[in-house]
Design a protein around this ligand. Structure first.
Ligand code: DQA
Length: 144
């Protein structure tokens, strides 16, 4: 396997740029994906980016990533706080997952304080905006 990394973004992250910019910043998802691909290249990682608003798509893509990707960077959006299915998919594949949130979920509403993904993630980054994705790529490259 080449050093392939999958960057998965969940629901409503396709609306970045216009969605609550005071919370999520002004960069679009396309900006973040371009940044991930460029940063990955600089680190020797081949980055693929996907986004879906549907929980089942994310579950299927996590399953399909098994054996195909060295690691997964995942911003599950609101599914972080609800999805046992995404938790189970990560557990079933044994994939190395770094969970990223643009905002600091711990400084927001109580319902955002718990993530079902964190218990099966190798690491969690939140509150650093798009830089969080860059840091996740650095962490993957460092541990390679
Ligand atoms: C988010 C935080 C979640 O609570 C929220 O539902 C999102 C985005 C973040 O990146 O900060 O959609 O994952």
């Amino acid at each position: 396997m080449a050093h392939r990394v999958l960057v998965l973004n969940g629901p409503n992250l396709n609306m970045l740029g216009t969605r609550e910019p005071q919370t999520y910043g002004t960069q679009t998802l396309a900006d973040i994906e371009t940044l991930c691909i460029a940063e990955g290249k600089a680190l020797g990682l081949d980055v693929t980016c996907r986004q879906s608003n549907h929980e089942g798509d994310l579950v299927t893509w996590i399953q399909e990533a098994m054996g195909q990707y060295e690691a997964l960077i995942l911003n599950p959006g609101a599914y972080s706080h609800t999805s046992v299915a995404i938790h189970d998919a990560i557990r079933a594949t044994g994939l190395k997952v770094i969970e990223v949130h643009l905002s600091n979920i711990h400084a927001r509403e109580p319902f955002r304080h718990h993530s079902y993904v964190s218990a099966v993630a190798a690491g969690v980054i939140c509150g650093l905006g798009a830089t969080g994705y860059k840091l996740a790529l650095t962490a993957i490259a460092d541990k390679r």
